[in-house]
Ligand binder design. Structure first.
Ligand SMILES: [Zn+2]
Length: 422
């Protein structure tokens, strides 16, 4: 796979500084709507003239454009000029690999999705058939979009080895394992490709494009078929030595518990899972004769989405099952909070109803088993899509920290002087 080497030089010459400032300016324009040159100068702490020169470079490079803000009602006076990503600026391909289906998107550096494909993926396929589906979706999207694509970010169910770009041995993944995902995507597309654990991608989406842009420390919990955790620490994604962090579902909450397929005993996911919630609901339903839940097709058919929606509608059996789920999850989260001294938890999952019962239950359960009492549990604004959006963020991050070469070329008017920084 391709992992560009980060800039780890100690020194910086004038050209390096210029590129770093350009990246900083581009990052703020991409991630903040409605920025004027003056506001941008105040945010980054550079003079208006310096910002003006850097913005001119980015405009000449086709990355940024200026436009007037829309007229307010009845106001026909002079309107402020704001900066935004150029309509033809390069985009990023993001892929999400999970049980049940794949998702492939093209999005701009600001995380705005331009095109999207959802592809059902069931058992009975081998590795090559799976890759053909994924790469076919990329080809279809590519035909719809004339913009240059910079790179591909791939978020995937774990465990993954992000450093080598290999999807390792995910449980219940149709017998498919040890897939060199990043390498195969790179060979097919001719683009750099980066693999990231889905929960880490969710954390990155929250930090870059979501509600936690200014939060330095938080855990993102992704609840799907399993439970994953992504960590932002000191303002950056913590990804471990090889990108295998975040397997919170396989931390033990009972050292006398049963053996898990991962080799550990008493793993969180052995207790907090949808089949266990179904069993709990089946036990409780006779006690709640007025319940509407059997109308969903029998408690043995209930999905996570059904149970959360029913709980948000105050169905007592669903609330009880979810309370038990959140109780187990809280033990694992409290251990993380005690180790890392965190106070913000963001939870991402699919839901078609409002109500926030998962967050309320989790917050109260964590408070009951942690000595940290000021814990905030928030619902991700991306719902179940945070890992997909995070696949875009994992490429954007590399553009903004200059480990992808978008900003290393000089603007067009300086052609001929461009070269590699010494
Ligand atoms: Zn386990």
């Amino acid at each position: 796979m391709t992992v560009s080497q980060p800039h780890n030089k100690a020194g910086a010459n004038i050209r390096d500084l210029k590129q770093q400032n350009r990246a900083l300016i581009l990052k703020h324009i991409a991630l903040t709507r409605g920025l004027s040159r003056g506001k941008l100068a105040r945010i980054v702490g550079l003079s208006k003239m310096a910002v003006g020169n850097l913005v001119s470079d980015l405009i000449a490079m086709g990355l940024v454009e200026e436009c007037e803000t829309p007229a307010a009602n009845g106001n026909y006076g002079r309107r402020p000029i704001i900066l935004q990503l150029a309509a033809a600026s390069p985009c990023i391909c993001g892929m999400l690999v999970k049980r049940g289906f794949f998702q492939v998107i093209l999005a701009d550096l600001g995380g705005a999705v331009l095109h999207r494909r959802d592809i059902p993926f069931e058992g009975g396929m081998d590795q090559e058939q799976m890759l053909a589906l994924l790469l076919g979706a990329y080809d279809a999207l590519r035909r719809e979009e004339p913009r240059r694509v910079l790179a591909v970010g791939i978020a995937s169910v774990g465990p993954v080895d992000a450093a080598s770009g290999v999807l390792l041995t995910p449980p219940s993944f149709y017998g498919i394992s040890n897939v060199p995902l990043a390498q195969r995507v790179q060979e097919h597309t001719g683009l750099p490709a980066f693999l990231i654990h889905d929960a880490s991608a969710g954390a990155l989406a929250e930090k870059f494009y979501g509600g936690q842009k200014s939060t330095d420390n938080f855990i993102y919990l992704h609840i799907m078929n399993g439970i994953g955790g992504g960590y932002v620490l000191d303002g950056r994604l913590y990804d471990g030595d090889s990108g295998q962090s975040g397997e919170i579902g396989h931390t033990s909450i009972n050292f006398m518990g049963p053996r898990c397929s991962c080799g550990n005993v008493g793993c969180l996911e052995l207790y907090a899972n949808v089949p266990q919630m179904r069993r709990r609901i089946t036990e409780l339903l006779p006690l709640y004769r007025s319940s509407a839940m059997p109308a969903l097709g029998g408690s043995d058919q209930l999905t996570w989405l059904d149970i959360v929606d029913a709980a948000n509608h105050k169905e007592a059996a669903a609330v009880a099952a979810l309370e038990e789920f959140c109780g187990y999850l809280a033990y694992a989260v409290a251990a993380n909070i005690n180790l890392l001294d965190l106070s913000c938890i963001v939870v991402g999952y699919e839901s078609s109803s409002r109500g926030g019962i998962v967050e309320k239950l989790l917050q109260s359960k964590i408070a009951a088993c942690s000595r940290h009492k000021n814990i905030t549990v928030l619902h991700s604004g991306f719902g179940g899509d945070a890992p997909l959006i995070g696949s875009i963020a994992c490429v954007a991050q590399r553009v903004f920290d200059l480990s992808l070469p978008l900003l290393l070329d000089e603007p067009a008017q300086k052609e001929g002087q461009a070269g590699h920084a010494q």
